[in-house]
Design a protein around this ligand. Structure first.
Ligand code: FES
Length: 139
């Protein structure tokens, strides 16, 4: 009788451990494959224009990935996805050169997102952006 209860107890423990192991594998896969929520993908991103100096870049999250806005001059900005079109690394803004550098394979882009050199096959993806009443709106 005692042996039977011990087996039953061990069976419950094994089932619990098996369930935990399956959840540990399935949940990260689910999180990776599930779409980003609608609020994050459809939202606009806004900055006060005064928070960015001329020639400077500001990186932010847009629709679930890295993006960047550059203030060319007063009331003139451009925005791009900051994801390199080669293999997806995040580009860096080089203010002194006025261009983007991808640190992974030395891809270079102009301030307008066009490819200068390196392996990127196409320009950075431009994002809709406007400036009105001192506010930069992306999206
Ligand atoms: S990932 Fe950017 S150059 Fe390769």
């Amino acid at each position: 009788m005692e042996n039977c209860e011990r087996r039953k107890f061990l069976g419950i423990c094994l089932e619990g451990m098996a369930s935990a192991a399956v959840a540990a594998v399935v949940y990260p896969v689910y999180r990776y494959l599930s779409p980003i929520s609608g609020q994050e993908t459809s939202g606009k991103v806004m900055f006060q224009e005064s928070t960015i100096s001329e020639g400077e870049a500001k990186f932010f999250q847009y629709a679930g990935s890295a993006a960047v806005v550059i203030k060319i001059k007063e009331h003139e900005v451009i925005a791009f996805s900051a994801v390199c079109t080669h293999l997806g690394c995040i580009v860096q803004w080089q203010k002194d050169k006025g261009e983007f550098l991808c640190p992974c394979h030395a891809g270079r882009y102009t301030a307008q997102g066009a490819v200068i050199s390196g392996p990127p096959p196409k320009p950075l993806q431009a994002l809709p952006v406007k400036v009105a009443n001192g506010t930069i709106t992306i999206g």
